[in-house]
Structure formats: C-alpha cells, structure tokens
Design a protein around this ligand. Structure first.
Ligand code: RFL
Ligand code: PHB
Length: 393
C-alpha cells in the first residue's frame, strides 16, 4: 500500500489533518487502533476556540456545528461567595467560543472523510513505524489477520498520549517536560438543563467545580476529587450533593439533577515533548503535549498543530518548499508553551492543593486581582479564546 501522508490515529487531530490535506489533493491513509464506535464513545472536550471553528469550516466539516453549536460570549469565575463574569467578546475584540462536543466534531469529520472517499482503517493492530529518519518511511500494521505495509513520504503521529508514535522515537532524541497534579476530575454527563447559560468555574474550600453543557437539555459537570478515586465511589447522589455544595447559592438553587449517563475520572497532567519532528515523523496533538482541562485547551492545541502541519505539508508537497518542515516544532512549541502556562495558571488558582490556609488566601487574592482589573480580565479573555495561529510564510 502507498500514500503521501500516513496518519496514525483517527481522533480529532488525525481526522482534521486528513480532511484538510484531502481538499488540497494530498493523499492520506488513516490507521486507527480502535473501532469507530469506541472513538465516538469518548466524551471529552466541549469548548472550541474561534481558530478551531474556522479550521473546521475550512475542512468543510462545520455545517452541523454552525447549526447546533452554541456561541458563548463569556464565562464566570465564582470564588469567596462572589461571581465575576469574563466578557470574552468585549475583552478580545469581538471573539467568542463555540460550545460543541468533541464527540460531535469527531463524528462530523468521520462523515466528511467517508463522503470524500478517504481511506481510514479501523482496528489496525500492532502499528509500527519504520525508517523515520530516511526519506522512505513505512508503517506496518495487522488488519484482519494480515500484516500490511504502508509506504509514505511523511508520517503524522496523531495517536494521542498513549499512542505508539512518540514511543517510536529514540529516547536520546526527545526531551520530556512534565507535571502531575495531586487530584483528578470527576466528570458527569446528564440529560438535564444546564444550571446556567454560560460556563461557571468555581474555586471552593472543598475543591474545584465546573458547570458546562452540550445543549439546552444536556449538562456536563465536573468536581475535583482525590487522585485515587474510582467512579463507583461516586454514586449520583453523592456527586450532585458535592457539586451543589461547591456552587454559588443562586446556581445551587437552580441546579436540576437527574441520572448520570456517563461518569469518568480523569487525572490532570501537564506534559510537553520536544522536539515534535523526528526525520519524517511529526507528532500532533495529545501525542506531543497534554494540558490539564481547566483552560479548555487540549483539543484546541491539537487543532493549532494541525493548522501548522497542514500548511507546511501543503507548501512542501505542492510548492516544493524544502525549508518549512524543519520549522514545525518551533512554530508549534511557541504556542503550546503559552497554552501550557494558561492551563497551569487556571488549574493553580481554582483547585484545592492542600489545607494550607496561606495558599487558599493567595488563590483568592490572585482571582480578585485578575478579575478586578481590565488588564487582568483582558489577559484571561485573550488566552481563553486562544492566541493567534502563526502564519506559515
Ligand atoms: P486523541 O483524541 O487521544 O486521539 C488519538 C487516537 O489515536 C488512537 N490510537 C492509535 N491508533 C493507531 N495505533 C496506535 N498505536 C494508537 N494508539 C492510539 C486512539 O484510539 C485515538 O482514537 O488525540 P487527539 O486527536 O490529539 O485529540 C486531543 C483531544 O482528544 C484532547 O486534547 C482533548 O479531549 C482534551 N480536552 C479538552 N480539550 C479542549 O480543547 N477543550 C476542552 O473543553 C477539553 N475538555 C479534555 C476535556 C480532555 C478530557 N479528558 C478525559 C482527558 C475534558 C476531559 C475530561
Ligand atoms: C467540557 O464541557 O467538557 C469542558 C468545558 C470547559 C473545560 C473543560 C471541559 O475547561
């Protein structure tokens, strides 16, 4: 088998890159370890930056998002018994975010790829990368009991944090920067109307809570929980009581509860691998970096890597440019580290790290200081809507 770009992983990064390249006439094959149903069963991100939204439009996979997604012009921080709204639109020169689930983004991209006749091979086992430092890299995998070899010019490692691509790189060629946090998020999806029209991020003495949503009848809520906890320690009633306790009074009084239709526990981690290009292999999205979800940046960072790689490959393959591929890492990493910083900051000011009252007072001072000035609110807003993508000259 032969293609121009072999893409490992059919999550949002792999599918979006495949679609954008396809529209430029560049041939791709996507190899995915799991089934399409499994990929679609993962409830993850919910907030899309305007840059991500534009890229989905460019990929012609946006019509349902433009119809069914919800535009949000702001969100609220709640702390010390008060609520402070960040007016994203007025603070960022008119930008807004789109609330539209990652599951739906993935489904739309899968359908766009199927309609375009792109090849995606699901349940590809034992995916292995070969000769990445040569100009004829290959990928082998097992499909329906047969070992298949895929020849290509470039490999895009879009296979997430636990994928094979990053692990295929010689350890001495890669440097890892990492921070683990001593708590997790317990996330619940429920068929209930959201408690508010916009997201609420709460710092409470019992720990962080987040009220998000997928639609006017589907809510997504999170509470900070101990790192070791398992979902079965959190029956619905315990979850709702804990969430209600952490919310500001007016939201707690409005909270509509109901059976959970999904419950997960996700650890929080900051992680960056440098560089992101090794010979003909490019790491994209969660394969190269992880942020704690507090800033809603993970999927959006994956999309900005895709933007960069798409434009570099387009200019390289179609225009014969030879200088751009070596700029991929530095261009991506400049934006990634700023998003790592913002996600770390949001995590630091909103979560309970210890019982130390000094720490808690510092967090409240930090929140009061940033939300209390135009400069502070502006820096929060411009990071939340996403820093600009670097153009590829
Ligand atoms: P994915 O989505 O992990 O997809 C990788 C794909 O690769 C496949 N794979 C392999 N395929 C072939 N061979 C192998 N050896 C393979 N190993 C793995 C996997 O099966 C999978 O299909 O990575 P991608 O595409 O880079 O996308 C990244 C995003 O999924 C991630 O950053 C976000 O979900 C993070 N995230 C959020 N991001 C946001 O921008 N906004 C949010 O509001 C937001 N909320 C969240 C989140 C992540 C969360 N969790 C559970 C981690 C909330 C949560 C709770
Ligand atoms: C979500 O809706 O799942 C969500 C929203 C905002 C975040 C993280 C997750 O910061």
């Amino acid at each position: 088998m032969k293609t121009q770009v072999a893409i490992i992983g059919a999550g949002p990064s792999g599918l979006l890159l495949g679609q954008l390249l396809h529209l430029q006439g560049i041939d791709t094959v996507i190899l995915e370890a799991r089934t399409p149903e499994y990929v679609l069963s993962r409830v993850r991100a919910g907030v899309l930056e305007p840059g991500t939204v534009e890229l989905l439009r460019e990929a012609r996979a946006s019509s349902r998002m433009d119809r069914e997604g919800h535009v949000h012009e702001g969100f609220t921080f709640s702390f010390a018994g008060r609520s402070e709204r960040i007016d994203l639109k007025s603070l960022s020169g008119g930008k807004t975010v789109m609330v539209y689930g990652q599951t739906e983004v993935t489904k739309d991209l899968m359908e766009a790829r199927a309609a375009a006749g792109g090849i995606s091979i699901y349940e590809a086992a034992d995916v292995a990368l070969h000769d990445i430092f040569s100009d004829k890299p290959r990928v082998t995998f097992v499909n329906a009991g047969q070992t298949v070899e895929l020849e290509c010019a470039y490999i895009a490692g879009c296979d997430g944090f636990h994928g094979i691509s990053r692990k295929s790189v010689p350890p001495e060629a890669i440097r890892i920067f990492e921070r683990a946090y001593p708590f997790s998020w317990l996330g619940v999806l429920s068929q209930t109307p959201p408690v508010a029209d916009e997201l609420i991020y709460t710092n409470h003495e019992r720990g962080f809570a987040l009220c998000s949503m997928r639609s006017s009848v589907l809510s997504r809520y999170y509470v900070q929980c101990p790192f070791e906890d398992k979902p079965d320690q959190w029956p619905d009633e315990r979850f709702w009581n804990e969430l209600r306790t952490r919310l500001p009074d007016e939201a707690a009084n409005r909270l509509v509860t109901g059976p959970s239709i999904e419950k997960i526990i996700a650890p929080l981690r900051s992680f960056v691998a440098e560089p992101m290009k090794f010979g003909r292999l490019f790491l994209v999205g969660d394969a190269a970096h992880i942020v704690p979800p507090t800033g809603a940046k993970g999927l959006n960072l994956a999309a900005s890597d895709v933007y960069t790689l798409y434009h570099i490959l387009r200019r390289t393959v179609l225009d014969g440019r030879t200088d751009l591929v070596d700029k991929y890492s530095e261009i991506c990493l400049r934006r990634i580290w700023k998003a790592e910083r913002f996600s770390w900051w949001m995590t630091s000011v909103l979560h309970k790290f210890s019982d130390d009252p000094f720490n808690q007072r510092l967090q409240l001072a930090e929140l009061e200081y940033y939300t209390g000035s135009l400069a502070g609110r502006t820096t929060i807003a411009e990071n939340y809507v996403g820093l600009p993508f670097e153009p590829i000259e």
